[in-house]
Design a protein around this ligand. Structure first.
Ligand code: ZN
Length: 604
């Protein structure tokens, strides 16, 4: 599976050329990598960064492992070798490895499971090792991670510390490591951690770290969004690998309810700044949306696992929505600044953030920042872009399924025989996705395309040249005894469309948004007439949406400022002078200078 052009391929190139090295620079500059060297000396030392900063080095190692698999970059291979040596030097005899606990002068191991993040850090070390195993095979890095995983099983197995970590992550990592190595012990330990959630083994605050109710009995995702989604991802892996259909069904229900009631139009999750958490059902105020970049990544992990577990197409819709809007927009086009939070409404045109030192992450949202004191997002984004090709297609006994539309080559084995094809498309600039068969050694095959839920009027054409209706929200199948050169064409209608919120979402009453294909668009104040305030704009959803120079254009009214008392006997009539406003894709906000921004605008 190889991306050969288009948006995601460009994002991978920027990730390789800029983001990975940018992250490495900051990890060195803030001496978060140096913590390993100091811990290795075995003496008391002054540590830098938060207690979980080791995980950033591991996430960067994961990004590097995926990138080496993609391009074989010798410079990155050298960086990974150097990191491996430094990480390995700090590992204790019994596999324990953490620069914040258990070293001379530090608090003892596992003395703060609520906030210590030791198992969380192990989780990211292990995920990086899984990336290395998949892209390279066993080496010193993967041996370090296995020693750590064995230590976790020895320490937290039956009769050991029968508790959980305050930040889920070890669960999904151990389940993945079990798949990658065939070692059942890791899966069993992941299962134990999943079963221990909700047993109140952590002090207070149970809802925040999903220790309030068992994973099996929960009804919806709640508490800290990244924790909740990493936990759900791990629980799906455990349910699938152990054949626990009841657990899988519960997780699917929780996810469906979360999508239906606790998710922003962009696919962003975690609707409140307080606790970086999921809010109540339908409490989806656009300006208060936290929608952390890491939560978007974790939601893609969850939706992907549900794709694999259920074969249902609509989880791919969710991945696409999150990827085009939150994931892609979280990194600047140059790959060197990042959104931590991704609200759908920015009230003020904020100045450029400082470019020195680490920024406080809770102030993030207005502008992209180069690095944060809690810098979970940049390295997480780097590893996700580097592995994006893995989310594009699947195979099953039904054949080959294409979930994401991007120029790529796929060369795989389905049902014991080779099937290779090339996908070409300019999606979502237009809606034509063409797949050409390069090789088919297996006779009659089915190639399927996900048809997004918004794609009313989509068609699919097989080698026979006959266009058939492709049902939105399903897979469009073409079954044929494909020969090299045969083509399948999916045609999706890509016209801009109005989108309205359910009345239960109080924060969006009287508002509409504009979407085109998978992308959410927004208004930025720099596109308003001089002196106008974005807060005074109302848009006319009865006027047709038009496109001009690659921009969607809406008609609107720029009304009067409110007077001394903003209430009265009449409904807001949407008065004011006419205005024509060009929208911009949400992912490209904050790329042209300071601006206020709105996805949802009041209807005139
Ligand atoms: Zn983050």
């Amino acid at each position: 599976m190889r991306l050969t052009g288009g948006h995601w391929s460009e994002r991978q190139a920027v990730n390789a050329a800029a983001t990975i090295r940018h992250c490495l620079h900051w990890l060195e500059a803030l001496e978060w990598t140096a913590n390993f060297d100091r811990a290795a000396e075995g003496k008391e030392f002054k540590r830098t960064g938060f207690q979980f900063s080791d995980s950033e080095i591991y996430k960067l190692a994961e990004a590097t492992a995926w990138e080496i698999g993609r391009t074989g970059d010798p410079g990155l291979e050298e960086e990974l070798q150097k990191l491996t040596a430094r990480i390995g030097a700090a590992q204790h005899e019994d596999g324990y490895l953490n620069t914040a606990f258990g070293n001379p002068g530090q608090e003892p191991r596992y003395s703060d499971l609520e906030w210590g993040h030791e198992l969380y850090c192990f989780g990211h070390l292990i995920q990086a090792a899984v990336a290395r195993l998949r892209n390279h095979g066993e080496d010193e890095f993967t041996r370090i991670a296995r020693r750590a995983a064995d230590h976790v099983c020895d320490t937290f197995g039956p009769g050991g510390i029968e508790r959980i970590c305050g930040h889920a992550e070890i669960e999904v990592a151990l389940a993945e490591l079990s798949r990658a190595t065939g070692e059942p012990r890791y899966l069993e330990q992941a299962r134990l951690f999943i079963e221990r959630h909700g047993k109140g083994t952590l002090k207070e605050n149970g809802l925040y770290y999903q220790d309030d109710v068992t994973v099996r009995d929960a009804e919806v995702l709640r508490g800290h969004a990244v924790r909740a989604l990493y936990l759900t991802s791990g629980a799906i892996d455990v349910a699938v690998e152990t054949g626990d259909a009841e657990l899988l069904e519960s997780l699917r229900r929780q996810w469906d309810r979360t999508v239906a009631r606790r998710t922003h139009l962009t696919g962003g999750m975690g609707s409140q700044y307080a606790d970086e958490a999921f809010g109540r059902d339908f409490a989806l105020n656009p300006d208060e949306a936290y929608s952390e970049s890491c939560a978007a990544i974790a939601a893609i992990m969850t939706a992907w696992r549900l794709t694999l577990a259920t074969g249902e197409p609509h989880h791919g819709d969710m991945i696409e929505r999150i990827a085009w809007n939150v994931l892609s927009g979280a990194v600047a086009p140059d790959g060197k600044s990042f959104f931590y939070a991704n609200p759908l409404h920015q009230r003020t045109a904020d100045p450029e953030p400082p470019t020195e030192g680490a920024l406080p992450h809770l102030s993030a949202g207005g502008r992209r920042g180069h690095w944060f004191e809690v810098s979970c997002c940049p390295t997480n984004l780097a590893r996700t872009f580097a592995q994006f090709a893995a989310y594009v297609a699947t195979t099953s006994e039904r054949g080959l399924q294409i979930h994401q539309f991007t120029p790529c080559t796929i060369d795989t084995v389905v049902d014991g025989a080779r099937l290779a094809l090339t996908v070409e498309t300019s999606y979502p600039d237009d809606g034509v996705i063409a797949a050409r068969i390069d090789a088919n050694d297996g006779g009659a095959r089915t190639v399927s395309f996900r048809v997004p839920h918004w794609a009313e009027g989509a068609t699919i054409t097989g080698p026979d040249g006959i266009a058939r209706t492709a049902e939105p929200g399903s897979f469009a199948d073409v079954t044929a005894d494909f020969a090299p050169g045969d083509e399948i064409r999916l045609h999706l209608p890509i016209e801009p469309r109005w989108t309205y919120p359910h009345r239960r979402i109080d924060g969006l009453h009287g508002c509409a948004a504009v979407e085109r294909g998978p992308e959410v668009w927004c208004v930025e104040s720099i596109d308003l007439p001089a002196g106008a305030d974005l807060a005074d704009l109302a848009i006319d959803d009865r006027a047709p949406l038009s496109e001009r120079d690659g921009r969607i254009v809406v008609q609107g009214l720029l009304g009067d400022r409110p007077g001394e008392w903003p209430y009265g006997p009449d409904a807001d009539a949407g008065s004011g002078g006419p205005a024509e406003i060009a929208l911009v894709p949400f992912r490209l906000r904050d790329t042209r200078g300071p601006a206020a921004m709105r996805v949802w605008n009041p209807i005139a």
